[in-house]
Write a protein that binds this ligand. Sequence first.
Ligand code: ZN
Length: 348
Amino acid sequence: MGPGSNIPVFDGHNDSLTADGHESLSDGKPGGHLDLPRMRAGGVRAGIFAAFTRSDGDGSATVARNDGVLEFQPAPPVAHEHAAAVTNSLVGRLLALERAGAIRVARRIADVDRAAAHRDEPPAAIMHFEGAEAIDTELEALYAYHAAGLRSLGLVWSRPNAFAHGVPFVFPSSPDTGPGLTELGARLLRRCAELGILVDLAHINEAGFWDTARLELGPLVVSHAGAHAIAPCSRNLTDRQLDAIAGTGGLIGVVFATPFLRPDFERDAETTPLTAIVEHVRYVADRIGVDHTAFGSDFDGATIPAALGGADGYPKLIDALREDGFSDAEIEAIAWRNWRRVLDAWWR
Ligand code: ZN
């Protein structure tokens, strides 16, 4: 294990709870990216665990346009009742892991601090919904989910719902792909701020991003995305968006998904080097500061560089950041402190 493993790591987004192989999260699973043994090996002491409901035809079919633009079939909306049923099971799945002593669901910032201070204890898991379809239009379910431990919410995945519009996957494309928040979406965000639930702007389109910024509810946080200046696709953030994030004390979790890292948008894990991640971290840190740069892997939800492998690869990434010139204090901010700060700001 490299020297990087002494720095606690906060992983800003994984789909491991939802993905195949979730039954083996505690003991380790063949294939995949993140489980408890690999978190231990990688020094990952906290992570944001997403509950996600798939669409029928989840946007994996491509439509290559003749102008060279690679566009994916837009994912259809999912019904509230279906999303609620799936989400209830996923919430139960996370709580069962907590009861078995594998993780501790973080409900206050002390739980996150404890995970960093006591390496022999279970890591902290932040309960997150990737898309708010499970929440009813009266917003009553939000209280039940908050009581169960929900502490982070993204209004949308890459599809529209009652609250906002997600970006379809288009390469290349601006993130400005449609209308902004609905009135109900704005109401839900205000309710999140009241309850102390972090608002995550990954997957929202640009109009929704600016509508949220205008509400001034808390630091702007995008849990998993890349820099549009390097890889200009719909899911990545423009320089203006990055600047706005810094202006509110927020952060971007740099995603490790190969199509969002590479200027050619190729998915290939084998030919995507570790430095592809470092380049986005470097770009964001130089543009808006180390204090607004973090990790947002997308483990078990995307193709990631083979050179990283999974959550156990974090020490390699940390060594690569050192080689790029980041100091240990800067790496600690990127790997841990920045996520801790934005959670504390939303949760208090
Ligand atoms: Zn995602």
